[in-house]
Write a protein that binds this ligand. Structure first.
Ligand SMILES: Cc1cc2nc3c(=O)[nH]c(=O)nc-3n(C[C@H](O)[C@H](O)[C@H](O)COP(=O)(O)OP(=O)(O)OC[C@H]3O[C@@H](n4cnc5c(N)ncnc54)[C@H](O)[C@@H]3O)c2cc1C
Length: 407
């Protein structure tokens, strides 16, 4: 797939990105599917933290899982940009399902594809790509959030042809319903982040349990859990990427995850703008549509600017992250760019939703309204996949990396 690019004549460098015909078709397909199949599920998911069991197999049957995974393993054989477009389309119509999708398709399946061996790929990817198996990724712990690597307490010790895992993970998306989990644990406690390994854990392995399903403020219906590993026996062949090699898997995966959170913010913001324009045209006060008042027009114009700048930055970042080599990232320009993109998108969607609720007046404050559901989604995107503060630390760390050398 090639990107149509606008060129800055002065520097001869690409300035902006737009979608080519293939990419437009992917976004349209995801948008259509989500509008027809996922949108009607959203109110009940939000009201009850309900998980619609039929949704994942349906997504799989429509070829919308395994976007980045080659066809020989059941995937679509496309790239990260295409995956981002699927997420953008889903985010418009059911952002909770979009979150479940990204935890499954990007954090779990794509990570297993990139870092797993041939046996692991053949064993786990077809089920994940078909949506018959649900994937999750377990990094965060009760005592290890922003400092996920340094403070990690979950351990894995070798015992014959198994590893034995002990510890717990928290806030794990898809945790309550997952069949296959990519889990990080310390195999060498003395070596800090360089003593971490990644394992594929199946829900039926002895010693694994879902300790509790967590109830959230937004993204309700995407399932979130605390997981416990109590002498959990994992076959040694389920070690991913080699013993004590987990840090490369995490860091590379986190850059891709951050590139992928931006299109989710974009989809939510696009829908909020659409709802707000509709409302401004239909709601009447003082005998006129509220859209005829300049202060309402000003809010819509501000929202439009946020959405368009999000789009440009999101696509630019996806284009830069798509060719990332296996194990690449975790430092340098791509590390900084992905952190900046998600930081910007999360702050922009926050501003867009704030204005959208303002335009909706009292309706926007009512829990059951769609705009209120979207509003309650914004905070997570400033917390998950590294908080805004962590993103700033990454950006400043890269900008100032010579500071250490120069004292
Ligand atoms: C709904 C949801 C879904 C999630 N899904 C997953 C998942 O699927 N898998 C997974 O592994 N994790 C998941 N997470 C976890 C998420 O990545 C963490 O919540 C996040 O990294 C922050 O960690 P924490 O919550 O422990 O906050 P803390 O690290 O305790 O941070 C608390 C506050 O302190 C600030 N802070 C911390 N350190 C510094 C510092 N050095 N300088 C300045 N400020 C600092 C933070 O920015 C934040 O404002 C999910 C979280 C949520 C809420």
């Amino acid at each position: 797939m090639t990107l149509r690019q606008t060129v800055d004549l002065a520097s001869n460098r690409p300035l902006a990105y737009d979608l080519d015909d293939d990419q437009r078709a992917i976004l349209d397909q995801a948008d259509r599917f989500a509008r027809n199949e996922l949108y009607d599920l959203a109110p009940r998911m939000d009201a009850e933290e309900w998980w619609p069991e039929d949704a994942f197999p349906k997504i799989g049957d429509n070829g919308l899982f395994g976007v980045t995974i080659p066809e020989q393993y059941g995937g679509a054989g496309l790239d990260l940009f295409a995956a981002g477009l699927v997420l953008q389309g889903f985010g418009r119509w059911n952002h909770a399902m979009a979150l479940a999708w990204v935890a499954h398709d990007n954090l779990c399946a794509n990570n297993i594809y990139r870092n797993g061996d041939e046996l692991q790929r053949r064993k786990y990817l077809p089920g994940l790509c078909s949506g018959r198996k649900i994937g999750a990724l377990g990094l965060t712990e009760p005592g290890a959030g922003s400092d996920a690597l340094g403070s990690m307490r979950t351990t894995a010790r070798r015992d014959g042809d198994h590893y034995v895992l002990n510890g717990s993970k928290i806030y794990i998306t898809n945790g309550p319903v997952a069949d296959v989990l990519l889990v990080y644990a310390k195999t060498d406690r003395e070596r800090g982040p360089h003593g971490i390994s990644a394992f594929i854990v199946e829900k039926g392995f002895p010693g694994f349990k879902v300790a509790q399903k967590l109830v959230k403020m937004g993204y309700r219906g995407s399932q979130t859990a605390e997981l416990v590993f109590d002498e959990c026996r994992v076959p040694a062949e389920n070690l991913v990427g080699g013993e004590n090699r987990g840090v490369a898997v995490v860091m590379s995966g986190l850059d891709l995850e951050r590139a992928m959170i931006s299109p989710l913010c974009l989809g939510v913001a696009e829908r909020a703008l659409e709802l707000s324009v509709d409302y401004a045209m239909t709601r009447k006060q003082f005998g006129k549509a509220i859209g005829s008042f300049q202060m309402v027009q000003s809010m819509l114009a501000d929202m439009y600017v946020q959405v368009e700048t999000m789009r440009t930055f999101t696509y630019r970042t996806l284009a830069a992250a798509a060719p990332l080599e296996i194990g690449g990232g975790g430092r340098g320009d791509i590390h900084m760019l992905t952190a900046a993109s998600v930081m910007y998108a999360a702050e922009a969607v926050h501003k867009v939703l704030d204005l959208a609720v303002q335009i909706h007046g009292g309706t926007g404050y009512i829990w059951e309204s769609e705009i209120n559901r979207l509003y309650r989604s914004i905070k997570l995107l400033e917390i998950g996949a590294g908080t805004t503060e962590v993103r700033k630390m990454i950006i400043a760390g890269e900008l100032l990396k010579d500071l250490k050398r120069h004292g």
